[in-house]
Ligand binder design. Structure first.
Ligand code: AHR
Length: 495
């Protein structure tokens, strides 16, 4: 198998959007409790945050973190999570059939964000609540002082306003599972009125309206159109959510799952632009792909609902293998390729819950296989995204028909260029010829590959380094050719 592509800085798509490397912390399972927060853990700092998780978060290169949900936010009363801990109520969390202790709330989250060096992306509850609660939270967070709510924040220890810029107007309101689920028209009206009111406090906010929970929702396409008809002028982004898993041992289709993400993005861009045209608007709505990942959702759906409303039960704790990491790398490539319209994204989620970072309560923390493609891309994607137009052999998949074996994108920043490439072949290496003449004599300075003879090999607490990027020995310089192993994620740096 051979494939080829051309890297030329003239073929610019858009700048690399730093917010592409966002993640998500939801009050769900062990993401917050025994994930980011575990007072009494040997690695806990003075605020109860796990230092080992903070270190891994920084190493992962996370830029933004969406909070506090997710399905959780649609029943959340944010006021429960502020003030003295001993006075905070315990509540039923309907989304995950758990008990929420409210030990962590917005002030703790913002302290954690400062330590992790990430930008917060705050979600408001448009399920059981509405405009007033959203305005109150905004005033509490962002107003400097001199009002009841801003002074309460100061009394709770945060003198300076948080200045949170990005706000999600609810979560997955198209889903019948959502507390307070709405029709597109109902949600569109509520999102528009909430956005209008929030902009009266701060016109510069960046607001995200809920799009579809997946491209297979019966309302996909129509939902976005109706919501944007109502809210076009007052929002900046429409959200997309997508999760993928290997089904019935069909690895070939699974490795091609970014085909669905490509379809998702181009459909939502077309829908948003259609509404813009009808409204005679020159404004463009961008996409916030604020939930994406590999998730063995069918396993979760078949699992029993936790009995007795437990506190922080282990939920959605998928243990990822090599093929999951390669599929995830393919999704990242797709997000980067669409940087002209996808201006933010959040890998869902950060710790324990379908996450790149795993922890044991009271014990170790380690990197899942999926940690690596994300961390490499967050670290090395820089400058501009380049279109590389790969010419590749194709293979037949049950789910998506013919799909190219090679999936790739490049970024270019002054003197250095990075190519990210996935070989989707389940059984053969792919010889990739790179035409880099436009880079004026640049040579490969580093080539790594993430692969394994066992595509189902995983990292564990006892063997955390089983799957990690290793130097790719199969690089030839003249002509520039790199051999990509079957089922592999590859990073090639030229300078
Ligand atoms: O990330 C897990 C869940 O997936 C989120 O709570 C919800 O928004 C989505 O359905």
């Amino acid at each position: 198998h051979t494939a080829h592509l051309t890297i030329d800085p003239a073929f610019r798509v858009a700048p690399v959007r730093r917010r592409t490397f966002g993640t998500f912390v939801e009050h769900l399972g062990r993401c917050v409790y025994t994930g980011v927060y575990e007072p009494g853990h040997p690695a806990a700092d003075e605020d109860g945050f796990r230092r080992d998780v903070l270190d891994l978060t920084r190493e992962l290169g996370v830029t933004t973190v969406r909070y506090p949900g997710g399905n959780f936010v649609s029943g959340y009363r944010w006021e429960d999570g502020i003030g003295p801990r001993e006075l905070r109520p315990r509540r039923l969390d309907l989304a995950w059939h758990s008990t929420e202790t409210n030990e962590v709330g917005v002030d703790e989250f913002m302290r954690w964000c400062a330590k992790a060096g990430v930008e917060p992306m705050m979600a408001v509850n448009l399920g059981t609540r509405g405009i007033e609660a959203a305005l109150d939270l905004l005033e509490y967070c962002n107003h400097p002082s001199g009002t009841a709510l801003s002074d309460r924040r100061i009394a709770n220890g945060a003198k300076e306003p948080y200045g949170i810029r990005m706000w999600c107007l609810g979560n997955e309101m198209d889903g019948p599972w959502q507390t307070g689920h709405k029709t597109a028209r109902e949600y569109g009206r509520l999102a528009a009125e909430t956005a209008r009111a929030m902009r009266m406090i701060d016109p510069a906010l960046e607001l995200v309206a809920c799009g579809s929970s997946s491209s297979s929702m019966p309302t996909f396409g129509a939902w976005e159109a109706t919501v944007l008809e109502e809210a076009y002028d007052v929002v900046d982004h429409i959200s997309c959510h997508a999760y993928y898993e290997e089904k019935d041992g069909d690895l070939g289709s699974f490795l091609a799952c970014s085909t669905d993400m490509e379809y998702f993005i181009s459909s939502v861009v077309a829908t948003a632009d259609h509404v813009g045209a009808k409204l005679k608007s020159r404004k463009r709505i961008d996409l916030s792909f604020d939930e994406w990942n590999i998730w063995y959702l069918s396993r979760f759906q078949n699992a029993p609902t936790p009995a007795d409303w437990p506190v922080a039960p282990p939920l959605l704790e998928d243990h990822y293998h090599l093929a999951d990491a390669v599929a995830l790398g393919g999704l990242l490539i797709t997000l980067l390729r669409h940087s002209d319209r996808v201006s933010a994204a959040s890998l869902a989620q950060l710790v324990n819950v379908i996450a790149p970072i795993m922890t044991e309560p009271g014990g170790r923390a380690w990197r899942q296989t999926t940690f690596h493609p994300f961390a490499q891309a967050a670290r090395l994607a820089a400058g501009d995204v380049l279109r590389v137009e790969p010419v590749s052999p194709v293979y037949e998949t049950a789910e998506y028909g013919e799909v190219p074996l090679l999936h790739a994108v490049a970024t270019h920043d002054g003197a250095s260029t990075t190519l990210f490439a996935v070989n989707r072949s389940t059984d053969r290496p792919l010889s990739l010829r790179i035409d880099a003449r436009a880079l004026g004599g640049a040579r490969v300075v580093e080539a790594t590959t993430l692969t394994d003879a066992d595509v189902y090999a995983r990292n564990t607490a006892d063997d955390p380094g089983r799957i990690a990027p290793r130097p790719n020995p199969d690089v030839e310089h003249d002509p520039l050719t790199v051999l990509l192993p079957p089922v592999s994620w590859n990073v090639i740096r030229l300078a």
